[in-house]
Ligand binder design. Structure first.
Ligand SMILES: [Cu+2]
Length: 656
């Protein structure tokens, strides 16, 4: 028995850009949240164990934001292990530093350390989620992100009476890290979960659960927006509500054309917004969820989690509420036919922008693989260790994060040779494939894309080891799912069937078993520090906003005293010279202020510093000495403390 160990979250890229203009620093007042990672005892299925939580909550706290907001989350790691927190589906335009993907954009936050993460919402609107991105900690460390429309604008559907996060998860009686450790030791099949959960509760069909089953109280005649999140570890989940049809209106924080559905299929990592009309006779009704498991011979959690829709009012509720009927556990058709019916809304306010002329075409095979074990001692097929790969490369986590290596020019951390096409062409979806094809290469390779390139990736599932669905997720982008099909992708025929009118815009997609999925996006999400590094030239003008202490005189009791007042002021520095410090991690810009203002003279000479390898701190230095601190945005940082390196104490604070 074996299992697609790493089928989830395989896509990791490093973006490359060419140019952009303008360098702006804004000052905002930002909403700030505190996330304390800590162990908390929880009882499920008649036994108690300590789980990792945020602020003691499972599922964790919901972040409520509006489209376009920026918020800061201060993450304190009071747990025993390294951790990162990832904002799944948040694009973080030009700001990958807070993405929270371990060893991709940051080193993990060590126990006892803190990392302030700035979360920049841009075009997302709907439901997203956050989760831990280290080992299996996301099993319990996760929560919803609800992105409301901008203040003053509304939904593209009648405003629901209430909105309810429905988080689908999994519960193990064992410690989840123990499950992972065992998996690593044996190289085989992880213990399947003991229960599925809805909002942290297994529900009535499990022992010791009934009194805590999640209940949604509804008023007859009203409409409710269910914000579904699949926070499970690896499986697509079927979800339905007894006697109630759902109307899907969004997925992955993008609106869809209303889609009536008797059940929903939701990939791990995906979100679906669905309207539920409370239009049935007063009573209790079950909502229920169970996994879709497509790989034959692979163990799966075959239990069913439930929650209750309970109508308010006076009535006598009969014995047991009705259960909805869910598709059969291996009903591939039920899974793909639901997903295949999703369409972008494509309204005036929510238009579609599908790249039509593709500059970069990529074909990635997605496979389950096997690695040899000494004496065939592992528990994968024939004593091997189960692995996974994209274009036959099994990702090896580097020792420091790729983003830092990129900015600090540290070689040997990753290679830029991720293949654009499968290294070996074979009949990917054939029923029987030679064993030697199962062996992947291990590597840490990135595919570098040009800024503004229009990219199509065909994700081709293979039938190696076990044909199964492959959930794939992209960071920093949503993509249009322009096509999918069974069998091998045909580059001449299949594109003729693409939907280039209203394909859904998603950040997560499950490549169907023995099939392919084509996605498109425009590579427009570079990093502003790279911009600073490459863009500014002598003669340019840099706009900076600073807070400056200004002395003012005040009369008090006849005596003169001096008071400091903090004023915000804008400078425009005409760049005369630039250099980098010897590590290449700080860019110094020198020049004269050219903007008339009350506190700084025109022509006053300034030095600005930009930290190139971490969330940026911009400082002004006068005559070689730090005078006061410039803050680009809110100062954020921390988190990455490899090589025994501590955060550089800011020279400005040293002086205080
Ligand atoms: Cu993500």
């Amino acid at each position: 028995m074996w299992f697609p160990v790493m089928k989830l979250f395989n896509l990791q890229f490093l973006w490359f850009l060419v140019l952009l203009n303008g360098l702006f620093f804004h000052c905002h007042s930002l909403a700030r949240h505190k996330f304390v990672v800590k162990e908390t005892p929880y009882t499920r299925l008649c036994s108690t164990k300590k789980i990792l939580t945020i602020n003691g909550k499972f599922p964790g706290p919901t972040l409520y934001v509006h489209k376009g907001d920026t918020v800061i989350v201060d993450v304190y790691n009071k747990g025993k292990e390294n951790i990162t927190i990832h904002w799944h589906g948040v694009k973080l335009p030009k700001y990958p530093w807070a993405d929270g993907t371990e060893y991709i954009t940051q080193c993990p936050i060590k126990p006892g350390a803190k990392f302030s993460q700035k979360i920049i919402l841009s075009r997302e609107e709907g439901t997203l989620w956050w989760h831990a991105h280290s080992d299996w900690s996301r099993a319990t460390v996760h929560g919803a992100i609800i992105v409301h429309p901008k203040k003053g604008s509304g939904y593209p559907f009648p405003k629901p009476h209430a909105e309810v996060p429905i988080i689908l998860g999994e519960w193990w009686k064992k410690d989840v890290e123990e499950v992972l450790n065992m998996l690593r030791r044996t190289g085989g099949d992880p213990n399947v979960s003991d229960a599925l959960t809805i909002n942290g509760q297994p529900g009535d069909l499990y022992p010791c659960s009934k009194s805590d089953t999640f209940k949604l109280m509804v008023d007859h005649g009203k409409t409710y927006l269910l914000r579904l999140i699949n926070a499970g570890m690896s499986d697509i989940i079927f979800f339905a509500v007894a006697k109630h049809q759902l109307t899907v209106v969004g997925s992955d924080a993008s609106y869809t054309k209303p889609l009536k559905a008797n059940y929903i299929a939701i990939s791990p990592g995906q979100t679906i917004d669905a309207l539920l009309q409370a239009s049935q006779p007063l009573g209790h009704y079950y909502m229920a969820a169970g996994v879709y498991s497509s790989a034959s011979g692979v163990a799966y959690d075959n239990t069913t989690t439930t929650a209750i829709i309970q109508y308010k009012g006076n009535y006598s509720s009969s014995s047991s509420p009705p259960l909805p009927s869910l598709p059969y556990y291996n009903d591939t058709n039920a899974s793909v036919s639901f997903t295949g019916r999703l369409r972008s809304l494509g309204s005036e306010e929510h238009p579609v922008h599908i790249p039509l002329n593709i500059s970069t075409k990529l074909l990635f095979t997605v496979s389950i693989n096997t690695l040899p074990c000494a004496n065939n001692s592992c528990e994968g097929p024939n004593g091997t260790r189960v692995s996974a790969s994209v274009n036959n490369i099994s990702f090896v986590s580097p020792s420091i994060d790729i983003l830092q290596a990129y900015y600090k020019h540290i070689s040997g951390v990753y290679g830029a040779n991720f293949p654009s096409y499968p290294p070996l062409v074979f009949d990917y979806t054939a029923e029987y494939l030679p064993l030697e094809l199962e062996l992947p290469q291990n590597g840490t390779e990135v595919k570098v894309l040009k800024y503004n390139s229009t990219v199509e990736i065909v994700l081709q599932g293979t039938n190696l080891v076990a044909g199964t669905d492959h959930p794939m997720h992209l960071h920093g982008y949503s993509f249009y799912v322009v096509g999918w099909g069974f069998g091998n992708f045909d580059k001449d025929k299949d594109p003729l069937g693409y939907n280039l009118v209203d394909p859904p815009l998603q950040n997560t997609i499950a490549v169907p078993k023995k099939g392919w999925t084509a996605i498109r996006f425009k590579a427009t999400n570079p990093d502003d520090l790279w911009l600073a590094y490459n863009l500014i030239a002598e003669g340019d003008t840099v706009l900076a906003v600073t807070v400056r202490k200004v002395l003012r005189e005040a009369a008090s009791g006849g005596r003169e005293s001096q008071d400091a007042e903090r004023v915000k002021l804008k400078l425009e520095i005409k760049v005369e010279a630039m250099d980098y410090d010897k590590e290449g991690s700080v860019l110094r810009i020198r020049g004269k202020n050219i903007l008339e203002n009350e506190h700084v003279k025109i022509g006053a000479f300034h030095t600005l510093e930009i930290q190139l390898h971490r969330p940026f701190v911009l400082r002004k230095i006068a005559d070689g000495e730090i005078d006061e601190q410039y803050v680009g945005d809110e100062e954020v940082g921390g988190g990455c403390e490899r090589f025994g390196e501590k955060r550089n104490p800011s020279p400005a604070s040293e002086k205080k």
